[in-house]
Write a protein of this length. Structure first.
Lengths: 257, 213
C-alpha cells in the first residue's frame, strides 16, 4: 500500500511548536485557519504568507516535506480554478488569440492559491508537531464525543492492516490473470471490496470482545490532565488569537474602504 | 470531489462545520438509543477503514481509471453510523493525502455524508417496498442508493464551488459550469450505482447480517 505509507505525519523536532501544549496549539491554529479562510482582500496575501512561513520556520521542518505535501492537492486545486482569470471579472488586462485575461479573475486565483498554501501549511504544522493520539486526546478533552474519538482511533489502528490485506488480495487477483486486459469487469472488483468489508466485519467482532474484556464501555479511558504548566503555552495562544483577530479586523476594514 | 482549503470563504466553512456538528449530534443521538451503543463502535470503525481502503481500488474505465466514492454503500451498510464514518474517512483523506482540507472538513462532510444518510433511507424503504422480489428489490434499492448518493454529492459540490468562488462570475457561466460538472459525472453515477448493487448482492449472498438494520 504505497499511498498508506504516507500516513505518519508527525516529525519529532526540538522546536517550540512541538513543545507547545496541544490544546492551546489546536485552538490557536483553528482560530488562525478560520481567520485565513476569511481573507478576501489581496493586500492581506503577503502578511498571511509571511506568518505561515514564520510558523513553519519555527517548527524546524524541512521545506521539501511541505512541498511534497502541497504538490498533489495543489495540482487538483489548480485544475479547478485555473480558468478563473479568463472567465471571471470585467476589467480586461490583456486580449489576444481568442483569450481575455481579467483582473478580478487573476486576483481571485491569487487569493485562493495563497489561502490554500497557508491553510494547508497550518494543518500540516498541527499534525507534524503533535502525535496523532495526543491530538485525539486533546480533541476529546475539548469536548469531542467519546464515540467519535474511539471510532477515529480504531479506524487509524486498522487502516494499515486493511491496506495490507487489500494489497495481498490484489496481488492474488493479478496472479490469477485479473487486470491483464483493460476491460471494465465490475463483478470481481465488487467481490474484492465485499471480501474486504466481510473480513473487517469479522475482525471487528473479535476486537469488540477483546475490548470488553479490557473494560471498554465502563471506564473513563482518557485522562484530561495533560496540561504542561508554563505561562508560555497560554501566551502563545493569546499571540496567535490576537494575530487571527488582527486579520479579521484588517479584512473588515479593507472591505469597508 | 473534495473542496480544498482556501477555495471557500470562512462563513461557508463555518456553516459546513455547523451542519456537520448538528448532523453528527443527531446521528449519535440515534446511535445512543440502541440497546448497546458501544457495540457498534468497532464494527463502524473497521468498516470505515475498509471503505477508506476500498475507495483506493482503481476501476479501469479505458483509457483511464477511476476511484469510487462509496458514500451510498456506506449508508447502505452503516445506517446512522454512516455520517460519523464519512467524517472520519474525510479527516484521514485530508490528513494523509491532502484531499479536501481541515478548514473544509465540515463542508466536505456535508457534501458526502448527507447523501449517505439519504442512501440509507432509500435502501431501507426500497427493500421494504420491493420485498416480493427480494433479490431484485435488493439490487434495485442498492443501485438507487449508490447512484442517488453520488448524484446528490455532485450537485452539492458543484453548487457550493461555483457559487462561493471569490470572483463575480456571469450567471450564465455559473449555470454552465454546474451543468458541465453534473453531466461529466453521469457515467460515474451509473458506475457507482452498479458497483453498489453488485456489492450488496455479494454481501447478501456471503454475509447477509451486514445488510440488516
Amino acid at each position: 500500500m504505497g499511498l498508506l505509507s504516507k500516513v505518519e505525519i508527525y516529525r519529532p523536532r526540538p522546536s517550540p511548536l512541538h513543545w507547545w501544549e496541544p490544546r492551546y496549539k489546536l485552538m490557536g491554529f483553528v482560530a488562525l485557519i478560520l481567520a485565513f479562510a476569511n481573507v478576501r482582500d489581496w493586500r492581506l496575501i503577503l502578511p498571511m504568507l509571511a506568518i505561515t512561513a514564520a510558523l513553519y520556520r519555527l517548527a524546524q521542518l524541512p521545506l521539501l516535506f511541505l512541498l511534497q505535501r502541497l504538490r498533489y492537492p495543489g495540482l487538483i486545486l489548480l485544475g479547478l480554478v485555473a480558468a478563473l482569470p479568463f472567465v471571471a471579472g470585467e476589467t480586461i488586462l490583456w486580449q489576444g488569440g481568442g483569450l481575455t485575461l481579467r483582473q478580478e479573475g487573476c486576483l481571485a486565483l491569487l487569493l485562493i492559491s495563497a489561502r490554500f498554501i497557508s491553510i494547508m501549511t497550518l494543518g500540516l504544522l498541527l499534525l507534524a508537531t503533535t502525535p496523532f493520539v495526543t491530538l485525539m486526546r486533546s480533541l476529546r478533552s475539548l469536548g469531542l464525543p467519546s464515540l467519535l474519538v474511539d471510532m477515529t482511533l480504531l479506524t487509524y489502528r486498522y487502516l494499515f492492516d486493511l491496506g495490507e490485506t487489500l494489497h495481498t488480495m490484489q496481488t492474488a487477483l493479478r496472479l490469477r490473470g485479473f487486470g491483464q486486459q483493460q476491460r471494465l469487469r465490475l463483478g470481481p472488483l465488487a467481490a474484492l471490496a465485499g471480501s474486504l468489508l466481510i473480513r473487517s466485519y469479522e475482525q471487528s467482532e473479535q476486537v469488540y470482545r477483546a475490548m470488553r474484556l479490557r473494560g471498554y464501555g465502563s471506564l473513563q479511558r482518557f485522562s484530561t490532565s495533560t496540561e504542561r504548566r508554563s505561562p508560555w503555552h497560554w501566551l502563545g495562544f493569546i499571540a496567535i488569537l490576537l494575530t487571527a483577530l488582527g486579520f479579521l479586523s484588517a479584512n473588515f476594514w479593507l472591505s469597508e474602504l | 470531489m473534495h473542496i480544498a482549503d482556501g477555495m471557500v470563504s470562512a462563513p461557508v466553512c463555518l456553516v459546513g462545520y455547523g451542519l456537520t456538528g448538528l448532523t453528527t449530534w443527531l446521528s449519535l443521538k440515534q446511535i445512543n438509543h440502541t440497546a448497546e451503543p458501544t457495540q457498534g463502535v468497532p464494527k463502524a470503525a473497521l468498516l470505515t477503514a475498509a471503505f477508506f481502503v476500498a475507495s483506493l481500488i482503481h476501476i479501469p474505465v479505458p483509457p483511464a481509471s477511476v476511484h469510487l466514492v462509496l458514500n451510498g454503500l456506506m449508508g447502505v451498510v452503516l445506517g446512522y453510523y454512516a455520517f460519523p464514518a464519512v467524517l472520519i474517512g474525510l479527516f484521514f483523506q485530508a490528513v494523509m493525502f491532502g484531499h479536501g482540507g481541515l478548514s473544509t472538513l465540515g463542508i466536505n462532510a456535508v457534501i458526502m455524508g448527507l447523501p449517505a444518510l439519504v442512501a440509507a433511507q432509500i435502501f431501507r424503504r426500497g427493500r421494504r417496498l420491493l420485498q416480493r422480489a427480494p433479490r431484485w428489490g435488493l439490487g434495485c434499492s442498492a443501485f438507487g442508493a449508490g447512484a442517488i448518493a453520488l448524484a446528490l454529492s455532485v450537485l452539492l459540490f458543484s453548487s457550493i464551488v461555483v457559487l462561493s468562488l471569490p470572483a463575480n462570475l456571469d450567471a450564465t457561466i455559473e449555470r454552465a459550469a454546474i451543468l458541465t460538472l453534473g453531466l461529466a459525472h453521469i457515467p460515474l453515477i451509473f458506475l457507482e450505482g452498479i458497483f453498489t448493487a453488485l456489492l450488496a448482492l455479494f454481501l447478501d449472498r456471503v454475509k447477509p447480517e451486514l445488510l440488516k438494520d
